[in-house]
Design a protein around this ligand. Structure first.
Ligand SMILES: *Cc1c(COP(=O)(O)O)cnc(C)c1O
Length: 364
């Protein structure tokens, strides 16, 4: 499957679906249990409509999103697969979940009661994950709720309990003591519940080793090429390229400034290339005067502020950069993690911020 960008576009986002599949297969090879795909936030901005069916075709049968609406948008492409909604079962959603064969992730007694009531109403068992909190304090059954359940397991009647899950708070830091503490709390919580399969590691959790293996890992970031082992070489393949066409190249004199508030001033006569990329496209404004684009393997430093629709690069040393050529702003030599480091954020935010004004191309 290749979906071509319109030839008149001036910015192109290219997603390599086969690299995403290769990343999923590499994670499967590392993890003892099954491996799901987390495709929330439109597959971290890359397009769940394309990513989820591609992973399904490769054999993936467990998918996670955050919102009911995200599940409804891709459910038809994933026949027979488990499609679970991490944010839980909000009031008023039970009918839509059941009617669309979605798996509820139940993180409170109220959600459990909501889902068992729906099961009774329909006279059928309904699929669920139990979400236990082991340190995030965000979603999930707390210690008191676990005790209530342990004393009254009949409260789960009517549920087809697929997995009990928890989520690591610091898995990207291999020696953070929170990892082992959560592992112990998760084991204790599981012992209080009826026996059922377990789901534990996210991307980085898979790389914490076999102690963190479970029946189902839930990677997102690593599928999309973010480094699950920060500080070590990235074991994942890059899946994304973003190229922008140079709109104009201007010659400026030493002492001239570029962009809003004149935050960059030329020390010599310079050539400045302007490309159609700005913070309205999810390009971090914090990138002002930081980082570079790549042209023919060489670096063009980003100069001046990032504005809403435009970014400027110093191409003084790259005479082949003329209007109409393409600068690569994300690619194998300039990863979302690199951009995140320069912008003071993480690769997740870089990916999920990429917005809609690019021509998108999906390569199988
Ligand atoms: C987002 C999320 C994941 C995926 O995490 P990555 O770090 O992207 O692999 C797994 N589990 C839960 C509960 C999540 O919210």
């Amino acid at each position: 499957m290749v979906r071509k960008a319109g030839s008149a576009e001036t910015s192109r986002l290219r997603v390599d679906l086969s690299a995403i599949v290769a990343n999923w297969q590499a994670l499967r090879a590392r993890h003892i249990g099954a491996v799901a795909a987390v495709v929330k936030a439109d597959a971290y901005g890359l397009g769940a409509r394309f990513v989820a069916p591609t992973l399904y075709a490769a054999g993936c049968r467990h998918f996670f999103v955050a919102h009911l609406s995200e599940a409804l948008a891709i459910q038809r492409y994933l026949p027979g697969a488990m499609l679970a909604v991490l944010n839980g079962l909000a009031p008023g959603q039970a009918d839509a979940f059941a009617a669309n064969d979605l798996t509820a992730v139940l993180g409170s007694l109220a959600e459990i009661d909501r889902w068992t009531a729906e099961a009774r109403k329909r006279g059928q068992r309904l699929p669920a994950l139990l979400h236990v909190d082991t340190g995030m304090n965000r979603l999930g059954l707390d210690a008191g709720e676990l005790q209530t359940l342990a004393a009254d397991p009949g409260r789960l009647d009517g549920l087809d309990l697929r997995y009990v899950m928890t989520h690591l708070v610091a898995s990207e830091i291999a020696d953070d003591p929170a990892n082992a503490a959560q592992r112990a709390r998760f084991a204790a919580a599981c012992a209080m519940l009826p026996p059922m399969p377990r789901s534990f590691a996210n991307s980085s959790g898979i790389f914490l080793g076999p102690d963190y293996a479970s029946d189902l890992a839930r990677p997102g970031a690593a599928l999309y090429g973010l480094n699950p082992t920060p500080g070590l070489a990235n074991p994942m393949r890059q899946v994304l390229q973003l190229d922008c066409q140079v709109l104009q190249v201007r010659e400026i004199a030493a002492g001239d400034s570029v962009g809003y508030n004149s935050t960059w001033r030329a020390k010599r006569a310079s050539r400045i290339a302007t490309v159609p990329l700005g913070y309205a496209d999810g390009w971090p404004r914090a990138m002002g005067n930081r980082g570079h684009a790549i042209f023919d393997g060489a670096r063009a430093p980003l100069v001046g502020r990032v504005s809403m629709d435009l970014t400027t690069y110093d191409v003084t040393d790259l005479p082949a950069v003329v209007p109409g050529v393409w600068l690569q702003v994300i690619g194998p030599g300039r990863t979302p993690d690199d951009i995140a480091a320069d912008a003071g954020t993480n690769g997740y935010e870089v990916l999920t911020s990429l917005w809609t004004r690019y021509a998108r191309e999906y390569v199988a």
